[in-house]
Design a binder for this molecule. Structure first.
Ligand code: ASP
Length: 301
């Protein structure tokens, strides 16, 4: 199959810009690209502009670009080392970096930063996380993982627990998985519950959502358990959000289910479960590479 055609302007800003057809083609293309190295993107330059810490997102984008023969320029610590320190606006930085690269991958602490950046970017721009807003490429690799591990995404019961208020991977995942009629259980304390407006909007669009503080009410029928750490950089809350995925909880999780996480983990996932075959979070992290290879191809060819 050839590159997926992205509608122009070819920015990736939010999970809600993807419809089922486009998402399916990206997932299929990613599957074809697993393990591949070629020179399709030779001569292209990708800039990674990260104003917040990152391990997986930045390095898997960079690995994806290298595997397609492209090159990388990086401000991996842009809040400290870019001209932001001198008071330059994000818009001016983007205008300039867009002259040095064919594509920009941007991570920024402010919700909506990528939308603002895309308005002035002369090249395709990818939102690699904007505060507690969105993380659309994480959602793509998340549903790729669900499909790869469980055969399909359709109708799956996804149990999201932990910090559902400040997490940006959760809203993006819910948006994309809803395209496949996934069902969701939201397990959290009231302080870390998903914003009521978001829950209402999802329900109004027909998404099936159960909210509970007790994971035991929903674990028996779970296909995907998706714990998230408390986003301490965005909240003063300093306790784990009530659910710890440990050996005791794994005994109640169905055999068919998987445990996913956008990582990093803190105390919400006990390392004692790491060798359980249902633990998919490291395989999930690896899936970032083929998914981002497919995306870069779609945006740059
Ligand atoms: N790595 C993910 C993100 O950037 C999840 C997290 O940091 O907790 O949103």
């Amino acid at each position: 199959m050839s590159a997926v055609a992205m509608p122009r302007p070819a920015h990736v800003l939010t999970a809600s810009q993807f419809d089922r057809e486009l998402t399916d083609s990206l997932l299929q293309r990613a599957a074809e690209l697993e393990g591949i190295r070629d020179n399709l993107l030779a001569g292209k330059i990708m800039a990674t502009l990260f104003y917040e810490p990152s391990t997986r997102t930045r390095l898997s984008f960079e690995s994806a670009m290298v595997r397609r023969g492209g090159e990388i320029i990086s401000a991996e610590d842009a809040s400290q080392t870019s001209s932001a320190v001198k008071g330059e606006t994000l818009e001016d930085t983007i205008r300039v970096v867009g002259c040095y690269a064919d594509l920009i991958v941007l991570r920024h602490p402010t919700v909506g930063a990528s939308q603002r950046a895309a308005l002035v970017s002369p090249v395709p721009l990818i939102n690699a996380g904007d505060g507690s807003g969105e993380h659309p490429t994480q959602a793509l690799l998340d549903i790729y993982t669900i499909k790869r591990e469980l055969g399909s995404i359709d109708g799956k019961h996804i149990v999201l627990c932990g910090d559902l208020r400040f997490s940006r991977t959760v809203p993006s995942l819910v948006t994309l998985a809803s395209l496949y009629n996934a069902r969701f259980s939201l397990v959290s304390t009231p302080e870390l519950a998903m914003a009521p407006e978001m829950v209402e909007a999802l329900r109004n669009s027909g998404t099936h959502i159960v909210e509970t503080a007790d994971i035991n009410e929903v674990i028996r029928d779970c296909d995907v358990l998706y714990p998230t750490r408390v986003q301490e950089e965005r909240t003063d809350i300093r306790y784990n959000a009530g659910v710890v995925v440990d050996n005791a909880l794994m005994q109640r999780l169905p055999e068919r289910a998987i445990v996913m996480s956008p990582l990093p983990r803190r105390d919400e996932i006990a390392p004692e479960i790491d060798n359980d075959p249902r633990v998919a979070y490291f395989r999930q992290a690896a899936n970032g590479v083929p998914v981002r290879m497919a995306l870069l191809e779609a945006l740059l060819t």
